[in-house]
Ligand binder design. Sequence first.
Ligand SMILES: [Fe+2]
Length: 432
Amino acid sequence: MPMIVTIDNLKPGMILARPLMGSGAQVLLSAGAVLDDKTIRKLARRGIEACFIALDGEHISADVSAPLPESLERMRDKMRGILDAVASNRSIRRTAIQEIQELIQEIIDDVCSDPNAVLCGIGTIAEHDHYTLEHSVGVMVAALVLAKRAGERELLRLETPGYRNLGMGALFHDIGKMMLPLDVLNKRTPLDPREWEMVRRHPLEGLRIVRQFDIISPMSRAVVLNHHQHWDGKGYGGYEGRRILGKRIPVLVRIVSIADSYDAMVSNRPYREAYLPAEAVRIVRDGAGSMFDPELAALIGDVAVSYPSGSILALGNGLLVAVIEEDRTMKDKPVCLVLASFVESGSEMPGRAVDLRKSQETICFGVTSIVNLKARMEQLLREKTPCPFLDAIRKESGGSLPPLYAVSNWDVLLQKTFPPEFRSLLTLHNPM
Ligand SMILES: [Fe+2]
């Protein structure tokens, strides 16, 4: 059983027991990585709050190490240069686009040769230094994985050039956004009509940029121009705002449209916290037949891991747990580690594993990080949403001070995280 250690308590030499995920299917560090000072500082800068650390002699299972980290890291470096060039009005080298295309081929080979390719990342990065960059790479991976699944279900037959067109289109789909002022791009409040008009132009601006390069195919350009067209003919984009709908929207565009929405939902944005994949899958499915191609939208649940490792879940009995093992067949029933509990000892005490496959306990809500836990609890309280987890805490407290026990180091974090209404009621103890 791994330990969950907060960032302030990580020490050089500790070994990661689970991969550390970025958004989409991106892996920041693989399971088995040995931490050093530099890496710990880098994780702190990226807003990572805690990691699963292997105990001495613990076996680290190979199948928890996710694919793609190295090629995606190189892709990020190359794309960063291109996006920065667009934002500062510098010209893009043709060789840079060529290098990107070669890297995409490597990623396609990885995705297509991995029988278990899934989207298991969550938006653990609290502060994106470059959201468009992370989003572009996340959408590319999601689109490739979704296309592969559609092929397996015989909804689509893509050969290598098709995958390459899809990857390039997905990677460059939002490049037109680099022309927007940063205060519009990162605005926390609703856009005014003038700003909204600017945003609506980004597919066309994107097309203007990508058509300078003959190496970016007409099909990839169509993805850039049309990725905000909806299945029902609503949405925006297209030449002079021309709408297309249903199967008239090229299939690669329909795939990127789903991948784009999905990746945006599982990422933190200035105006809202990241959703867990389980929630993003539900929202994509709700959009089947209106926003999205219904057959393709139905596949997103197949390729997304509902509750990836590291997600924090609030259970109906008042337990707060962290996911340590995803079950690829029973996706809504992960194995978790108790972070905080009302009992000091026994099977539900902090530090114990809870296997939801064997339990009737319901998941009330889940979040991608401790920062988001605070925001979500405050939202539930504000909107007075019925929530068995909060009810369980209220019941336990009964007006007095219930001892809520937490795993080592987490008592301080949770004390900061709980909204004031609960903070005054709870005393966190560390049973170890
Ligand atoms: Fe877009």
